[in-house]
Design a protein around this ligand. Structure first.
Ligand SMILES: [Zn+2]
Length: 284
């Protein structure tokens, strides 16, 4: 599942490609994924793209009055195709130029310069919705704080941990109601960076540990964005490149391998059903 850095990478790549292009057509191939009514879809044809943004793991294509909201969920993939380029972001569905549209294509957006954005999804949990500016503002208000935003203060993190004091710190970090966009990879990496064991109760953290964690989260996310996210297997981002952050992972996906901080081995257990990685020596 793409987390904040992977979604941010797609958004940054699509923003300059889609900006100012007029939406000239929409082809819906799956009503479960494409959740606009026929009237809503008709209404947005002809509107130019003002911006492409991210809030939590949601992609927002701003059309001025209305906003297209896209969530990749487990297996969503966006593929932009123009005469000059074919670029993809999101889930690693193997991509060939002749494969568009393919059997996983759920929606096709067409633009004024003959380019198109294909929304593919294998498991069909992904969605496209329409929201007015007011609806979007209300939706944004219900989401947890952006860990790279100004509302993610040390005080905010302290309050989150106080409310989740009996939960493990790993599970507290991935609860989207409180903090947006952190999933398995970046929770494990942030906890390693802050030297905190993931199975500790959130309420057991000392003030200096909370501070270290608060500093580690944005640092890890920014580094991951710089390296275009983490990709496994044949994942490609919106430039058709693999995310390079995999080289920088300290614990995630490294169970049984030597820890980079000590002589021990990286361990793995399931916490709340999620694979969780840590080093028993480096983390307290
Ligand atoms: Zn270690």
């Amino acid at each position: 599942m793409p987390e904040l850095p992977e979604v941010e990478t797609i958004v940054r790549d699509l923003e300059h490609r889609l900006k100012n292009k007029k939406l000239t057509g929409i082809k819906s191939l799956d009503k479960k994924v494409f959740r606009l009514t026929a009237a809503e879809a008709k209404k947005i044809i002809g509107q130019p793209v003002r911006s492409v943004e991210r809030r939590a793991k949601m992609i927002i294509i701003n059309l001025g009055r209305d906003n297209l909201l896209i969530h990749l969920k487990m297996t969503g993939q966006l593929v932009y195709k123009s005469k000059a380029a074919i670029i993809a972001g999101g889930h690693p569905i193997k991509l060939e130029r002749q494969d568009l549209p393919n059997k996983f294509t759920r929606v096709i957006f067409k633009f004024s310069d003959q380019s198109a954005l294909y929304f593919n999804d294998v498991r069909r949990f992904a969605w496209v919705k329409l929201a007015s500016a007011a609806e979007l503002a209300s939706l944004k208000g219900k989401l947890g704080a952006e860990p790279l935003g100004s509302d993610f203060t040390l005080d905010y993190l302290k309050k989150v941990l106080a409310r989740k004091r009996k939960t493990t710190i790993k599970q507290a970090l991935i609860d989207q109601k409180f903090i947006s966009g952190i999933g398995n990879i970046y929770a494990d990496e942030s906890l390693f960076a802050a030297r905190i064991k993931p199975m500790r109760r959130a309420g057991s953290l000392e003030p200096n540990e909370v501070k270290k964690l608060w500093q580690a989260i944005p640092k890890i996310l920014r580094l991951a964005i710089k390296h275009r996210g983490t990709s496994f297997s044949d994942y490609v981002d919106a430039r058709g490149q693999a995310g390079n952050f995999i080289k920088y992972l300290k614990v995630y996906g490294r169970a049984g391998q030597p820890c980079q901080g000590c002589a021990g081995l990286v361990k793995k257990i399931k916490l709340g059903g999620r694979g969780t990685h840590w080093c028993d020596e480096c983390q307290k």
